[in-house]
Design a protein around this ligand. Structure first.
Ligand SMILES: *Cc1c(COP(=O)(O)O)cnc(C)c1O
Length: 375
């Protein structure tokens, strides 16, 4: 046994790191020329000014202009905000703050975002699974059975990779179930695509509610690594004891503040309108394809759909890869057999995707035979 394996925490030896969209295709060569529709990023980058005149100094722990810009945008008081290195850091901080390693647990509702379980495992917290219902709503009876058994409950609305919002009523019921025993996290990474559904204003009512936000999706800043945790002041104070001393670098604060100023917000709102329209078009197209058996309703910047069988799923996925278009295979997730997820890229990217799929089915005789066996 190597010295490293002898010394490392046992559970890390076999642990598989998060298979991010980037990592999955890191080995496939140049990133240029590829159409990236696998990580729910926005297409097209903005143009930002960075000020380096004070770069010799450490940044503020929480840059004031950034916090005040996000406070204004989110209508949540500055004292209820913590800026983090992406929403992913928020997830990690919550687990490290509330779960004792090798003693406490979190609850997740799969199919859901992968980082909740990864962060928990990394920290040595157990993961209790209460799968979503067939309609992708919360299994409230299942959750009730776990009351008292976990410190943190992760809900995702709109869900990733499912795409749908949880109803406010079911979130409320979950909050009430866990009022005495757990922090309830509502991950709103995609809330800009249906902003009226945010539960951020409930922070005043529920001291155990935490809302996660990010600039990675609707704000088109995934490469910046900037997110926000919205919570009761006591929660923020506690998380502040665990987070690194300078989580937000000065250039990050500059760019994020610019994105949150009026022109930036206008661009974001425009991007959301375009994305929602392109999503509707793509959903209509998918519904008409005979190899597609189900299109899930989406309130986010991606669409999840199910293929008639595993062969067709692989055929669609691989035909796209061969043409340098990358989407995400979600078929390993609970209840998502034969499912793929497409991020809503630009109009050009999505029409290319449709052309490639159509062409591949036309060209491929073997697959025609497969399609015949279906009808
Ligand atoms: C993308 C995503 C995140 C992470 O966002 P970052 O701010 O880029 O870390 C968190 N939650 C969900 C559901 C996401 O899809």
């Amino acid at each position: 046994m190597s010295i490293v394996n002898k010394l490392a925490r046992k559970e890390l030896i076999d642990m598989v790191p998060y298979q991010s969209a980037r990592r999955l295709f890191a080995s496939s060569g140049a990133t240029e020329g590829k159409v990236w529709l696998n990580a729910n990023e926005a297409s097209g980058s903005g143009n930002y000014q960075v000020n380096s005149t004070s770069i010799n100094r450490y940044p503020d722990f929480q840059p004031e202009k950034l916090i005040s810009a996000y406070s204004q945008y989110s209508e949540v008081a500055a004292e209820n905000l913590l800026a983090t290195r992406g929403a992913d850091e928020g997830i990690e901080l919550i687990i490290r703050t509330f779960c004792r390693a090798y003693q406490d647990s979190i609850i997740i509702c799969p199919p859901t975002y992968g980082m909740y379980a990864i962060s928990a495992e990394n920290h040595g917290a157990d993961v209790i699974k209460v799968p979503l219902n067939k309609t992708m709503s919360l299994d409230l009876t299942g959750l009730q059975a776990q009351v008292g058994k976990a410190k943190v409950v992760f809900l995702c609305s709109p869900g990733n990779p499912t795409g749908n919002l949880l109803s406010q009523q079911e979130i409320k019921t979950a909050l009430e179930l866990f009022a005495e025993t757990a922090i309830v996290v509502v991950d709103e990474a995609y809330i800009e695509f249906s902003p009226e559904q945010t539960v951020a204003s409930w922070l005043k009512t529920y001291p155990h509610l935490v809302v996660l936000r990010t600039l990675s999706k609707a704000f088109a800043l995934a490469g910046l690594r900037c997110g926000f945790t919205l919570a009761n002041k006591e929660v923020i104070t506690m998380l502040s004891k665990v987070i690194a001393p300078y989580p937000i670098s000065a250039p990050v604060a500059d760019i994020a503040s610019e994105a949150l100023a009026e022109p930036g917000l206008e661009q974001m709102n425009q991007r959301v309108l375009e994305t929602n329209a392109l999503r509707a078009q793509l959903a209509t197209w998918l519904t008409k394809q005979n190899w597609c058996s189900e299109v899930f309703s989406s309130d986010a910047n991606f669409i999840l759909f199910r293929c008639q069988n595993n062969e067709l799923k692989d055929f669609v996925f691989n035909s796209l890869v061969e043409n340098d278009i990358l989407i995400r295979d979600q078929s390993k997730q609970q209840n998502l057999e034969n499912c793929l997820r497409i991020s809503i890229g630009s109009e050009r990217e999505l029409s290319l995707l449709q052309q490639v799929i159509t062409q591949s089915f036309t060209n491929n005789g073997a697959t025609k035979a497969t399609a015949q066996t279906l009808s």
